[in-house]
Design a protein around this ligand. Structure first.
Ligand SMILES: *Cc1c(COP(=O)(O)O)cnc(C)c1O
Length: 484
């Protein structure tokens, strides 16, 4: 039995990013100031806005060379605006950092659940970043986007038989999560007359300080093999896993993490299990340390840069291998949020306003929990900018409400904004990750469109849903059809 790493020292996130009701924006005088926030840093995850954000002579916010007010006029509201340059820069920074800091082979894998659609997968693939998928639907999208199937990584704690078959058909790497799946896959691969290429997901027993729902690495987690059972798993594969080719180990400790220590500890845990797997003769060549690097959602968030994070995991893994006289495995990491999160802003149009005397003012916009479920799910904090009057003083404090029939549908509890009128355009930054991908049709609200912006050009990448789309899968039994 190998013991797991000690729990990381308990420093908390430099900002918890979930305090209620308290706007931290006292020192921000106008939306303009958000532009210069961390502008000296070139790591996209440290910026509140995309790298190309600027203000034009009309005092409007510009992203990717496109005036946000014009984009709304052309493509409608609300609108996801994805900055191609920021996304590509984050991909390149990860690749270059791993090449710089790791003496062996490395591979960056985009955790596409952050934003899985054809255009985002295609950009990752073009940048030489491979893709991880967690369902048959994500797999299909990545393949259609042109990603090389042999370099896809298929995760999930309850892949169905059909999903496993799909993975086998495309010869993807399957990250096996549990006994049930391992036995089913061994049998399915046998029936198909092939060997499945697999990695084993282990629960590393590392705690980190992020929201409870997005912690995955502690022992009491639904994901991965419990460390107590890993040796039995290795034994099973070496003795009975005829149709399994186990090439790697995988772990992922959580999301929106600002600490480096847990990632350092994880590298050491992985290397210890690497050593044990070797004893059982498994041909392990890949150690996949997952994702988790946080991004800036507010001025008080202060995540490490992509380069600092990469340096920590690469050096920790290389040092642990050297200490144990192990050959250097290929290192893989799986950033999701920190690749795409800071590359997108969501633009909304101001609707009605209401003042509750002596309490607060509400301003409502034309979207909310259906296009961004993070505030209602995780109490996540966001900031908002007045995109059509960036230099207007932030003279008021108001609650930014969504349009859904749910009192909790609040995008920002306490936002600093200029005085607003209906029809003005607001922008919420850092919405690239877990917004569109977690969006819903709650209240039968059609999903917004998304545009990819670059050098003044805007291309539609997700068409706005229509009412037709919403009823497309409804069926009315004969007995319920209106009588003629
Ligand atoms: C969600 C997830 C990731 C990405 O996490 P981020 O915090 O978005 O970087 C990576 N690997 C696995 C297995 C995941 O489930």
């Amino acid at each position: 039995m190998v013991s797991t790493a000690p729990v990381a020292p308990s420093s908390t996130n430099r900002s918890a990013n979930r305090s209620e009701n308290k706007a931290d924006t006292a020192e921000i005088a106008s939306s303009l100031q958000y532009l210069s926030l961390a502008a000296a840093d070139d790591s996209p995850n440290q910026r509140l806005l995309p790298l190309t954000a600027e203000v034009n002579e009309k005092d409007h916010l510009v992203v990717g060379g496109c005036d946000v007010v014009d984009l709304i006029a052309e493509f409608g509201s609300p609108l996801y605006i994805l900055d191609e340059q920021t996304l590509r820069t984050a991909c390149r920074q990860y690749k270059e950092a791993f090449e710089r800091h790791y003496p062996g082979e490395s591979l960056i894998v985009y955790a596409s659940k952050a934003w899985n659609c054809l255009a985002v997968c295609a950009i990752a693939a073009q940048e030489g970043v491979t893709i991880d998928v967690v369902s048959g639907g994500e797999l299909r999208t990545a393949v259609d986007a042109g990603a090389d199937p042999a370099n896809l990584y298929f995760h999930g704690n309850n892949k169905s038989r059909d999903e496993l078959k799909l993975g086998l058909d495309h010869n993807v790497h399957i990250v096996v999560d549990n006994w049930h799946e391992m036995q089913m896959l061994n049998a399915l691969a046998g029936e198909a007359g092939k060997k499945a290429t697999i990695l084993l997901r282990l629960t590393p027993g590392i705690e980190c300080h992020t929201h409870e729902y997005i912690q995955t690495g502690h022992i009491d987690s639904k994901f991965g093999f419990d460390p107590e059972q890993l040796e039995d798993v290795f034994k099973f594969i070496s003795e009975q896993g005829k149709h399994l080719n186990c090439v790697g180990l995988h772990a992922h400790i959580g999301s929106q993490i600002f600490e480096l220590q847990p990632h350092h500890d994880l590298a050491e845990v992985m290397v210890r299990w690497f050593q044990v797997a070797n004893k059982y003769g498994l041909p392990i060549q890949q150690l996949d340390i997952g994702g988790g690097l946080g991004i800036r959602y507010t001025e008080s968030d202060d995540p490490p840069s992509i380069d600092e994070w990469s340096k920590t995991v690469c050096e920790s893994l290389a040092a642990a291998c050297a200490k144990n006289d192990l050959p250097l495995p290929k290192i893989l990491c799986e950033p999701g949020r920190s690749l795409v999160g800071s590359a997108c802003v969501t633009a909304y149009t101001v609707g009605g306003q209401k003042t509750v005397p002596g309490i607060r003012k509400y301003v409502s916009v034309d979207g909310g929990m259906s296009d961004n479920p993070r505030p209602i799910t995780y109490q996540s904090e966001y900031r908002v900018l007045a995109a059509n009057k960036m230099s207007a003083p932030l003279s008021e404090t108001m609650r930014l409400a969504g349009k859904h029939c749910e009192s909790g549908d609040v995008i920002i509890q306490s936002a600093s904004l200029p005085t607003l009128e209906a029809g003005e355009i607001l922008v919420v930054p850092a919405t690239g990750a877990y917004n569109y991908s977690m969006s819903s049709n709650y209240n039968r609200v059609p999903r917004p469109a998304a545009v990819l912006v670059n050098n003044g050009q805007a291309d539609l990448i997700l068409q706005r849903e229509t009412y037709e789309d919403l009823v497309r899968h409804d069926r009315l039994p004969e007995s319920l059809k209106p009588q003629q």
